[in-house]
Design a protein. Structure first.
Ligand code: ATP
Ligand code: MG
Length: 391
C-alpha cells in the first residue's frame, strides 16, 4: 500500500472563527469513532489547521476511506504518500513513479504545488515546482502543464518528511455531530424519518430517537426493523440512543374515545407530547420528524398545524419541502431505504381511518381532548415504561 496517511479537509467548520478548535476537536473525535472498527492502527492529529490520519503498519485502506466518507464535517479526504527526505533526486524519482502509476495513459493537465513547511529545505518552492514539473513531462507524454486550471494538483508538502497527494475523495460535508446541540427524533419504521435524522445529524445535531410501539398491533418485526434502522443511523452519528415507548394502552384509549376520522391527528399529538417529555428529560432542544408537506392525510397544512400545537419545543422537519423520490434517493444512498421497505406494518389497520380528516380544526380537536381525562395518565405511563436501547 503506497498510502500511509490521509489529509482531511473540512467543510463549513473552516469558517467558525474563534470556535474553530472546538469544531476541529469534535471532528477528530468523530473520525476516531468511525475508524475504531477498521483494521489498522490510526492516529488522528491536528497540525497547523489541518487534520491528518496517520497510520502505522498495514491497514484496511478501503475500510478507512469508507469510514471517513461517513463522518459529517469532512469535505475531502486525500490519501497521502509519505516519503523520507533523502534528497531531491530521490524525491523526483518517487514523484515521477507516483504520477505514472496514477495516470499511466490518460491525457491530463497538471500543476505541481510545493509547500515548504520545513523552512530549511535547500530549494525554494518555485524551484521544486519547476524541477518536478520538468521531470514529469520528460517521462509522461500524456501529461501537460496547466498552471491556471489543471486537472491534477500535485501537492508536495516539504516537512520533516515529505507528503505527496493529488487525489481527493468527497466527504459528506456538513458539521461534526455534537457541535450543534441535541434533538429528539420521532423514528418510525418508514422511509422518511431515518432520512430526516441523517439531514439533521449532517448539520452537527446529536440525534436520539423515540419509537412508539403498540404490540400486538405492531409486531416484534416492526420493532426489530426500527432497531436495525437505528443501527444504520449510528453508522454516521457515532452512537444512537433509542427509546421504545409502549403505546398500546394509549392508542386503544384514543380508539375508543375520539372520532375515527380524527384518530391519526390525536395519535400524532400524543406522540409529540410523549417525545417532548422524553426530550426535556434528556437535554434535547428540539424534536425532529420525517413529515413532508402533503405526503399523507395528516401532513396537510391544517394537519401539521393541529399536531404542532401541542409542542413547546421547535419541531424540525427537514423533509418538509422534499418529494418522495428525493427522500428515497437519500435513503438509498445512506443505506436505510432497504430496511425501511421491509414489509412489516408500522400501524395496524384498525387504527387507520378509511377517510381521515385532512383539514382538522384545532378548536375541535382541543374540545375533544379536553374530555380525555385519562390521557395524561396514559402518557405518563408510556414515558415511564420506555425501554432504552443504546446503539
Ligand atoms: P415515515 O416514513 O417516517 O414513517 P410517513 O410518511 O409514514 O413517515 P407518518 O406515518 O404520518 O408519515 O409519520 C409522520 C412522522 O411521524 C414520521 O416521519 C415520524 O417522525 C413520526 N412517526 C410516525 N409513526 C411513528 C412511530 N410509531 N414512532 C415514532 N415516530 C413516528
Ligand atoms: Mg410512517
Amino acid at each position: 500500500m503506497m498510502y500511509k496517511a490521509f489529509l482531511v479537509k473540512y467543510a463549513e467548520i473552516g469558517i467558525k472563527g474563534k470556535n474553530r478548535h472546538l469544531f476541529e476537536k469534535a471532528l477528530c473525535v468523530q473520525m476516531e469513532h468511525a475508524l475504531a472498527p477498521v483494521d489498522g492502527n490510526f492516529q488522528v492529529t491536528r497540525e497547523m489547521g489541518r487534520i491528518y490520519v496517520n497510520t502505522e503498519g498495514d491497514f484496511d485502506y478501503e475500510g478507512a476511506v469508507d469510514a471517513l466518507t461517513r463522518v459529517f464535517g469532512i469535505a475531502e479526504i486525500c490519501p497521502v504518500v509519505i516519503l523520507e527526505d533523502t534528497g531531491f533526486e530521490d524525491l523526483a524519482e518517487a514523484v515521477v513513479s507516483y504520477v505514472k502509476e496514477l495516470y499511466p495513459t490518460e491525457e491530463k493537465t497538471f500543476k505541481v504545488c510545493a509547500r515548504r513547511a520545513n523552512k530549511n529545505y535547500p530549494m525554494h518552492t518555485m524551484e521544486v515546482n519547476c524541477e518536478l514539473g520538468g521531470r514529469i513531462l520528460d517521462v509522461c507524454p500524456n501529461l501537460k502543464v496547466d498552471v491556471h486550471e489543471p486537472d491534477i494538483y500535485l501537492n508536495v508538502e516539504l516537512r520533516q518528511k515529505i507528503y505527496l497527494y493529488c487525489e481527493s475523495i468527497a466527504g459528506p460535508g456538513g458539521m461534526p455531530v455534537g457541535t450543534n446541540g441535541q434533538a429528539m427524533l420521532l423514528l418510525s419504521g418508514g422511509i422518511d424519518s431515518p432520512v430526516a435524522t441523517w439531514m439533521m445529524a449532517k448539520r452537527g445535531v446529536e440525534v436520539e430517537g423515540v419509537y412508539f410501539h403498540s404490540p400486538p398491533y405492531t409486531s416484534e418485526w416492526a420493532k426489530q426493523k426500527v432497531i436495525d434502522l437505528a443501527k444504520r443511523i449510528a453508522d454516521f452519528t457515532g452512537e444512537f440512543k433509542l427509546y421504545v415507548v409502549p403505546f398500546t394502552d394509549l392508542q386503544l384509549y384514543l380508539l375508543e374515545n375520539v372520532p375515527h376520522d380524527k384518530l391519526t391527528i390525536h395519535l400524532k399529538r400524543a406522540m409529540m407530547r410523549a417525545a417532548e417529555k422524553i426530550a426535556e428529560k434528556d437535554g434535547a432542544w428540539s424534536l425532529i420528524t420525517g413529515e413532508s408537506v402533503g405526503q399523507v392525510a395528516s401532513q396537510t397544512m391544517q394537519g401539521i398545524y393541529a399536531i404542532n400545537a401541542v409542542c413547546n419545543m421547535p419541531v424540525l422537519r427537514p423533509l418538509a419541502g422534499m418529494d418522495k423520490q428525493e427522500i428515497i434517493n437519500i435513503g438509498t444512498k445512506i443505506g436505510t431505504y432497504d430496511i425501511s421497505i421491509r414489509p412489516y406494518e408500522d400501524c395496524c389497520t384498525i387504527f387507520v381511518a378509511k377517510h381521515p380528516q385532512i383539514k382538522p380544526r384545532l378548536n375541535v380537536i382541543e374540545r375533544i381532548e379536553r374530555k380525555l381525562t385519562d390521557l395524561d395518565k396514559y402518557l405518563e405511563e408510556a414515558v415511564e415504561n420506555a425501554e432504552i436501547i443504546e446503539l
